[in-house]
Design a protein around this ligand. Structure first.
Ligand code: PMP
Length: 283
């Protein structure tokens, strides 16, 4: 079934949508992206994603071709045109097409692409069983806080997980967990959430921010600091957060089951609160 996608101002059937072979997103991964979830046909935490998009663009000195309101309208129009009830809207902005050169081109027009993906997100059966992760070295670049389309290592990490019979991978640097391949990593010990602090080492997850806010509102203690892989394996529970997984319990790290090997109460409660609050605030 053909979707309607957005490319540089036009809504087109996906077969007709195209970008230049000289696009710097294609040639140099010179582009940034956002993924916003849709529940009941409405956007989850849109403003968080719009703000982070601006932050990524600023870090790369890339012009923002669209304001927040225009961006919201395009998201909504795509949801409407594709009859999307549940799934995601993917947005990518690249520096645009120009003769291949390492130096940023002057006056290139940013390329803007958005498309929808239908997917069952809220009734994910993995939320009831929890997921397993393997640990892999974090060999990514030093600006993981910029949400670039440079996703080859995360993709390799997911393949390593699959080959090991696991669901995902947590990346480890100097003994400390940075984050998951496409999500933020959190552990729970004695009722307290331990999660890596923000910096250049991890993506500043929009879901992470919302979940920590809800945790604080519900009197759950939070420690923002690096935690080791050993500490994670000795935790009572663990979970990941991302715009499409929401809050997802982790029940095994490498060969070590966490707690009794079943999803823990903190993750379960936070998932329920997150879904309820975000559905209510959706646009
Ligand atoms: N870390 C990485 C490396 C990611 O790719 C993602 C998802 N894009 C996240 C964390 C989670 O971010 P968010 O909650 O904004 O989806």
């Amino acid at each position: 079934m053909s979707r309607i996608v957005y490319v540089n101002g036009a809504y087109l059937p996906e077969e007709e949508a195209c970008v230049s072979v000289f696009d710097r997103g294609f040639l140099m991964a010179d582009g940034v992206y956002e993924v916003t979830s849709v529940l009941d046909g409405r956007l989850i935490d849109f403003d968080g994603h719009a703000r982070r998009l601006q932050r990524s663009l600023d870090a790369l000195e890339m012009a923002n071709p669209l304001g927040r309101d225009e961006l919201l309208e395009i998201h909504r129009e795509l949801v409407r045109r594709n009859g999307l009830d549940e799934g995601m809207v993917y947005l990518q902005v690249t520096r645009g097409a120009a003769d291949r050169d390492f130096v940023y081109p002057e006056g290139a027009r940013p390329t803007v692409v958005l498309f929808t993906q239908a997917k069952a997100l809220s009734d994910n059966p993995a939320a009831a069983t929890g997921i397993s992760v393997i640990s892999i070295p974090d060999i990514r670049w030093g600006r993981r806080d910029i949400k670039t389309v440079q996703l080859l290592y995360p993709s390799m990490g997911k393949m390593m997980a699959r080959q090991a019979g696991a669901d995902d991978a947590w990346m480890v640097e100097d003994g400390y967990v940075t984050e998951g391949t496409s999500n933020n990593a959190h552990i729970v010990k004695d009722g307290r959430i331990v999660t890596r602090h923000l910096g250049n080492d991890i993506l500043h997850g929009i879901t992470r921010a919302a979940v920590l806010r809800f945790a604080a509102d519900n009197a759950v203690e939070i420690e923002e600091r690096p935690f080791t892989l050993d500490e994670a394996k000795a935790a009572d529970e663990a979970f990941i957060t991302s715009a499409s997984a929401f809050v997802m319990p982790v029940v095994r790290i490498d060969d070590t089951p966490l707690g009794d090997g079943r999803p823990g109460p903190v993750a379960g409660r936070l998932r329920a609160i997150y879904l309820a609050e975000m559905r209510r605030a959706a646009v």
